[in-house]
Design a protein around this ligand. Structure first.
Ligand code: SF4
Length: 300
């Protein structure tokens, strides 16, 4: 493995590349990355880096967001098959039909969506800024796509009418209230931290709900010594590195996103060597999707 790490370091220098990894990536991928973060942080980093090449260790919609925000850069996705079932739950035609039903509603689009859907939306959001984005709009009604659980979570914090799209993340959906209750009974002292993509009843029963960035912050600042984590298992790596004196347990064994685990060191080395697969959003879509992302970045 050391050989592979050395090869990646050399290729990075040669290509003037930077590796950005999502919090759900494998431990070894997070360790080699120049930056690890949630979707919002990755978007900001891709837009601001001086590097000419960005390796996006994550899933396709993240690489698309990088291409939308930084069209002059080469965006590489180490495994072209790394998609997101939640993003795949919506398409432009479906969104247009829904928009026709609610002509007075603003469309807020979670970044876990295809570029074409972002282009058709008024503004994007991530799980860390969704409430602030919705509150920033003058509209009374909001069509919130594509995650119904995040939509339900946002609805708890706003008086606006939230109309959800019926998509969900199959990984977070696996966590049930029964599992949460069993885990809590086994570790009554532990704080339960979950992602808003979890089912509403799980969110309701948790001590804290937030994006991966917010979960990391909560764990750092909390006095508690034990935590049950209700988001993808990749986050355990950073939680344990950043909090060596604290204990972290996964809320459900089902919290593994197979798409996030497709990226590995060999694929990162190969994509830097061959300079492919490149993710480039066509300009006509990019320009419109950029506006939706840019509006979000101005809010939070
Ligand atoms: Fe998509 Fe869920 Fe995997 Fe995130 S964890 S990439 S939302 S399927």
């Amino acid at each position: 493995m050391q050989e592979l790490v050395k090869e990646i370091e050399e290729l990075k220098r040669e290509r003037r590349a930077v590796i950005l990894a999502h919090n759900y990536q494998q431990d070894v991928v997070q360790d080699i990355a120049d930056f690890v973060g949630d979707s919002l942080a990755l978007s900001r980093h891709a837009a601001n880096t001086d590097a000419e090449v960005v390796v996006l260790a994550g899933v396709r919609f993240m690489a698309e967001s990088a291409s939308i925000l930084a069209p002059e850069k080469v965006i590489l996705l180490p495994d072209v098959l790394a998609g997101c079932p939640l993003a795949a739950s919506i398409d432009v035609e479906g969104l247009r039909e829904e928009k026709a039903k609610y002509p007075d509603a603003a469309v807020v689009c979670y970044v876990n969506s295809p570029a074409e859907v972002k282009a058709e939306s008024d503004i994007c959001c991530t799980s860390s800024n969704a409430v602030a984005v919705v509150e920033s709009l003058p509209h009374r009604r909001v069509l919130f796509v594509p995650d119904r659980n995040l939509a339900n979570f946002v609805a708890r914090f706003t008086d606006k009418e939230i109309i959800p799209w019926e998509g969900c993340c199959i990984t977070h959906y696996r966590v049930t209230l029964e599992e949460l209750e069993e885990a809590k009974a086994a570790r009554p002292e532990a704080k339960i931290l979950v992602h808003p993509e979890c089912r509403p009843e799980v969110v309701e029963a948790a001590d804290f709900t937030g994006s991966t960035g917010a979960i990391l912050k909560f764990a750092r600042e909390s006095d508690a010594g034990e935590f049950l984590i209700g988001t993808e298992m990749g986050i355990l790596h950073r939680l344990r590195v950043e909090n060596p004196g604290k204990k972290f347990y996964l809320l459900s064994p089902g919290l593994i996103c197979p798409n996030m685990k497709l990226t590995n060191l060999a694929k990162i080395a190969a994509c830097l060597k061959e300079m492919r697969p490149v993710i480039r959003v066509p300009e006509e879509i990019r320009a419109r999707a950029y506006q939706a992302l840019e509006r979000m970045l101005k809010v939070a």
